[in-house]
Design a protein around this ligand. Sequence first.
Ligand code: ARG
Length: 581
Amino acid sequence: MPDPQLVLAARVQAALSAAFGPSYADADPVIRPSQFADLQANVALPLAKKLGRKPRDVADEIVKNLDTADVVANVEVSGPGFINLTLSDGWIAAEAQRALEDERLGVPAAEEPQKTVVEYSSPNVAKEMHVGHLRTTIVGDAIARILAFLGHDVVRDNHVGDWGTPFGMLIEHLLDLGEDAAARDDSSVSDLTAFYQAAREKFDGDEEFADRSRRRVVALQAGDAETLRLWNVLVDVSKRYFNAVYGRLGVTLTDDDIKGESFYNDLLAPTVQELEDKGIAVISDGALCAFPPGFTGREGEPLPVIIRKSDGGYNYSTTDLATIRYRVDTEHVDRMIYVVGAPQALHFQMVFAVARMAGWLNDEVEAEHAQIGNVLGTDGKILRTRAGGTVKLAQLLDEAVERAGAVFDEIQHDEPFDDATRAAIVRDVGIGAVKYADLSVARDSEYVFDFDRMISFHGKTGPYLQYAAARIRSIFRKGGVAVEDATGPITLGDPAERALALELLGFGAVLKQAGDTAEPHRLASYIYAVADAYTTFYENCPVLKAPDEPTKASRLALCAATLRTLETGLHLLGVPTPERM
Ligand code: ARG
């Protein structure tokens, strides 16, 4: 579906070219939303400066050459030289009709599909996931869904932290407890925080245990079969836990998407070798380092990326370099999106810079850190339990669902629900509230986790949007009409109908933008704007009691297009949409 802004941009460019010569065909027409019309083109102002003419004269000349009769009902030059453009109702209605008839709601597929790795979630084995992981998981999943819908070849990648020195003590602790404890899902193992802490305490207090643990690390790194088997037992316990969380959240990650740090273990040595061969990695203070240009410390000294420590061990950065090299050489990806916490920004900047020095990243292959801001409690500090501990994800979700239940029981329902149905809806509402709250703020800004705000049926919340969609479904049920049968034709009389139809036409452009920038909050805001336009429409335009049949058919069609836009949009955010509420 052509976004009005894009359509008019092309027309104004054609006018520019006709009026001032073909070199102006690519000029930015500076199309903006307008207070006085639907859109305005402001290009006359910068152009007048360049041409040394009066902006109003330039605007008049553009208008004289503007061919928009099929799209625009009214063109007016105002102020110093703004060109105000009012779209014609007929064009809006025809485009909305086209969207309605299209399976993809008129959203075009990407012209140049890119093979795109979306790396997200990436929790650590044998550790509990925290709210930070919750947010990277939710945001990353939305990015993956959006890009896939746009026709890109999306590779979901869960870069779990499943390797490194802690595994020595974790394996030894597992042996002390008895392997069958893991098989039984005994809480001494499955409570990951307790398991990790117990291992840590023994390591710090028991010399014999610490010795065993160190030997175990050596055996793990040497690829000792029995040690690897035990390591796998631990990885499996964690995977079960991750999958339980993903399942509850409706996140699309599966075991096949896991490529943890261990996956790159065998690639570390050749990666380092290549960096040495290219003269990028050099010995400094006994460690092998790369010094990407432009990164300096407080005294102006060059900052290193440590690639091999003086004891011969590799680093977190080494794994990330091997990962980039693998994605480029073996997976042949075009784009890599790292959905990871903002505190790791410098790490990624430096790793990407080294990868550019090595030629793995270049103009053809992009890597970007889609930064995730910290999640704060209502006190403005990093989210903690009342007792001061880290908040467990499972408890957080339990509480969301419980609170959703209380709020749900207060709103108006079409019908009484039996317990099982109510429970299923409330689950969707609680999870949807948490997810939408995470997605509705720009991903790189900090955000306050506030149950009261997110689980409300008013305002920019998941429940409000879910309810809006369910309300539309209920109109169809009451009217005895199937959503697919509401085929229009769409005609626009009331201003609220026009505003809603116009809003619906923006879906494709918003999705493209959200995908290009890896910013799902753009979609989250758009869905809210659609629901808002719908609310105004619904308050002003009776649907089932419309004055005549054609108006009723048109309004039902607008309802259907809105419903599908809301449901598709929420689905791409990973927010469930109960049919009844
Ligand atoms: N496991 C890491 C953590 O929990 C995140 C991994 C991020 N991805 C990466 N390629 N370094 O903090």
